[in-house]
Design a binder for this molecule. Sequence first.
Ligand SMILES: [Mg+2]
Length: 453
Amino acid sequence: MGNCTGTIGEQDHKRNIVEKSQRHSHISYREHNQQIQQRRSTTREKFDNTEWLNVTNLKPNEMDYVNHCPPQSSDQNLSNKVHGSMMGMAIGDALGASVEFRPREYLEQNPITNLQGGGTWGLKAGQWTDDTSMALCLAASLICQHGFSAYDQLVRYKWWWRKGYMSSTGHCFDIGKSTKQALDVFVRRQHEYNQDFTTLDLQEPEGFNTQCSQPDRQSNGCLMRLAPIALFFHRDAKDAVYYAGESARTTHGHQIAIDSCRLYAALICAALNGEKKNEILHRNFYQNHIQWFGSKPLDQEVSNIMKNTTYQRKGGYNDGIRGSALCIQSLQAALWAFWSDKNSYESGVLECVNLGDDTDTTAAIYGQLAGAYYGYKQLPPQWLEQIYAREFIKTISDWYESSKLPTVVSVHITNYHTKIGSRCATAQHDAVLIKLRSIYAMLVAVFDVGFDR
Ligand SMILES: [Mg+2]
């Protein structure tokens, strides 16, 4: 474990940092986790110990996920859909990886029909790229934080960029321009807060601004990693939609990017809830689920994709569907593939890749929704077998249900929402969440009470 190595001098230095941060800070979630772990039985420790997800020098399939399996879900249908969404994304990513940036003309002459290695990144067949890596960073954050923390997400994206955390190769080989710019800003802000090294990487400084993107960023880097938000919060689709937008803001600040994520999270929630395809793709989907979107309406360009069914183009590429890097066009292409796939994930995901250009991301976005709708069992077994770190991804997916805040805290949050009457009071909302998490962590540490799982 990277954090446990080092010389005695370094360890003393780190101990000093911890002691200083304890004196100066509000609650360090990580340290409370450590305290909690020391007080728990072996069985319980497995549920609450999230340190195994903070290891940055191991590849995903080398992490100790085998000894940290959550309780098996009693809802096999839901589990099938959750696994389907995560693996649908990873397969799409891996299918498109070898031809990323290839134009349509190339793919017309050399269509992708199977997983293959080599090409753009020189990967092995089944290895995936930044889409799945960032989604796994997001997933790990939701699990470790028992909820949404933009700061923690950014720290993990930084680990991926600089240390290869959650990468299929052990290093970051492909980072989008908007994401890179946002992470540069994040690191600069961290250094501003961290000049005297009194805080730890994962400890959020008070007042830290996590919106690190320029307001004009509307590429698809926020949509390609979205699935964990919808899968984690789906039991309250309002939360899923709200946090989908917040998850985009860290790296992609344009309203179209934010609202593309809000809409797509709603569509994934609908698929998880068992809605039929004609309901999910209904021109009135937005109106039919308006209560999920709170008081902030969708950008018109985004809502028009559903309302005017602009993705329903039989000619596909020849009718203007593009596998471009723009969020709005990726959203449209993914919906087009879902609409025209004849109820076959295999058909839809290959159509996405063969659009050309941002092949892996178009397919990964389609895979999040199509995988949730069709389920893991409908994904081609020959592809599942080849996907890198398949069992790790499934274990991560199983943790969503097991790592949420306990009901008592959720009730307090809901009551608070009712009192302030708006889901969009972001700063107040997040402050309350942080406080509640801190109070809960203290209760667990002092009284040894915990999640009833
Ligand atoms: Mg990629």
